[in-house]
Design a binder for this molecule. Structure first.
Ligand code: NAP
Length: 471
């Protein structure tokens, strides 16, 4: 008689692709199942785990990063293995995974950004904020970038939390940044920064900003930056005022904080941080060398759609803002994985509640699932990925119970490891990551910093070899 998958003698074998929060939360919920014998192999294209917790969360937010302790606990479960530096679509393919696993979960996040289609957007010194974020966080693929911080005036387009992160990092003093794990080259570059004016630009009003309250408040508490909001832009129009009656507490608090900022004046701090509302960039104007010299803004008003959403509409009023550096912070966007159905309108894997759907039949694809930003889009905070992953895993368990799982030819941990090693002999295990982690922390502490991130993959390989040697 065939033994039951997930039972004592035949573990359910799951491959999770992408070692960010969604991947770890999916693994955590699988290990929580009392009567399930499960083995999870978690893959990442980079040697280091944690995804956006390492490369997205701002370095001056160490508390948010401490969620990595939860991930380390998941990684310590028997049955968990990590395969870092193994990329789906490069070293391994979906068809390979079907030979070794009963279920596959894609948790690759949103690796690109939304495009802002206005004249001049591709001028020099106009960048996606996502690239700046990855750069200052020491992401191996972005470490080579450079940003012209000799410009005095910078615009950040968008009023979400990423825009706040970018504006804060640009406005912090070097002493504030030194005590963080910001990449060493970014610290050096920011130490030379000439930035004096930072404009955060929202196309809608204070009641439609996507900020979380703590992050917004923090903007008014910077060591050497004053916050400015124009009183006329802090005032709500009638539609927004009415909308407050049916909104969440966070939005009401945000409006109060923004109106409080509007009452403040200069205290003579070095950087002037402005949040502007109801303005849409309509053109970036270049200088003779092809770099951004200014931005043309249209003033907006709000109108209600049939569904009741308040949308921006341009008026005839135009303004020119002199800025020499622009960051577009208007949202991340998912990128398709080869062989995995994709909804290109939304930038997510085609799925319903985490079950991947066949593009033609719209029926679930056997054994394939998704969680996190590549499932639902780039919304919510880290914790949002937990219920999101749970929803997916619940469907995986239902499908397991009804026998709707893949029938891999080699459902064995040893054979999977041999295969992966053949494709990527340099793969990083979790033990390797923990060595690298210790190495980064001790190098940081030696110079009074919490961590000195290694940002070159070659350096990670060498650090691992050196650490193994000394053990
Ligand atoms: P977001 O919260 O979706 O904000 C995007 C902003 O871009 C919105 O203000 C949006 O305005 C604006 N926008 C979009 N298209 C635009 C256009 N064509 N022109 C002008 N503005 C445009 O995205 P995010 O800031 O990238 O953050 C992603 C997620 O990560 C969010 O859920 C965020 O809360 C989370 N996050 C959390 C933290 C934290 O907790 N500390 C830190 C960073 C990120 P509309 O609303 O008008 O569309």
């Amino acid at each position: 008689m065939m033994s039951e998958v997930g039972g004592e003698s035949c573990p359910l074998r799951v491959a999770i692709i992408g070692a960010g929060p969604a991947g770890f939360y999916a693994a955590e919920y699988l290990f929580k199942q009392k009567d399930l014998n499960v083995e999870v192999d978690l893959f990442d294209r980079l040697p280091t785990p944690y995804g956006l917790v390492r490369f997205g969360v701002a370095p001056d937010h160490p508390k948010i990063k401490s969620v990595s302790k939860v991930f380390d606990r998941v990684a310590s479960k028997p049955g968990f293995r990590y395969f870092g530096f193994v990329e789906l679509g490069k070293e391994i393919e979906v068809s390979d995974l079907r030979n070794y696993y009963h279920q596959i979960v894609y948790t690759v996040g949103a690796q690109s950004d939304k495009y802002l289609n206005i004249p001049g957007i591709d001028l020099e010194r106009s960048h996606p904020a996502t690239e700046f974020v990855a750069w200052y966080n020491g992401h191996p693929d972005y470490r080579h970038l450079s940003f012209d911080l000799s410009q005095e005036s910078v615009a950040v387009i968008g009023i979400g939390n990423v825009a706040l992160d970018v504006a804060r990092i640009l406005s912090r003093t070097i002493d504030e940044l030194r005590v963080t794990d910001i990449a060493d080259y970014a610290l050096e570059a920011l130490a030379q920064s000439k930035v004096k004016e930072v404009y955060i630009l929202g196309r809608r009003g204070p009641a439609q900003a996507k900020f979380t309250t703590l992050e917004l408040k923090e903007l008014g508490e910077m060591a050497d930056a004053d916050i400015f909001v124009l009183p006329r832009e802090a005032e709500l129009d009638e539609l927004s005022t009415a909308s407050l009656a049916n909104t969440d507490r966070g939005t009401v608090r945000n409006v109060e904080i923004i109106q409080g900022f509007a009452q403040r004046g200069s205290t003579g701090k070095k950087v002037k941080l402005h949040i502007r509302f109801l303005v849409s960039p309509i053109e970036l104007v270049g200088d003779e060398e092809g770099g951004v010299a200014s931005m043309r803004l249209a003033h907006n008003e709000l109108y209600a759609t049939e569904a009741g959403t308040l949308r921006p509409r341009m008026t005839e009023s135009i303004e020119d803002l002199a800025v020499g550096l622009v960051f577009r912070s208007i949202g991340y966007r998912g990128v398709p994985l080869a062989g995995v159905p994709f909804n290109s309108d939304w930038g997510v894997i085609l799925n319903t509640e985490g079950r991947v759907l066949n593009q033609d039949t719209q029926q679930p694809v056997l054994g394939e699932y998704t969680a996190g930003w590549i499932k639902r889009g780039p919304t919510g905070v880290i914790g949002t990925n937990k219920p999101d992953a749970v929803e997916t895993v619940k469907h995986m368990l239902t499908d397991l119970a009804s026998g709707n799982i893949l029938q891999p030819a080699h459902p064995s941990a040893e054979e999977a490891e041999l295969f992966i090693r053949e494709r990527q002999p340099m793969y990083f295990s979790y033990a390797d990551w923990l060595l690298l982690n210790e190495f980064e922390v001790s190098n940081g502490q030696a110079i009074g910093r919490p961590r000195l991130k290694i940002s070159r993959i070659q350096d990670m390989i060498e650090a691992r070899a050196a650490s193994r040697h000394t053990d």
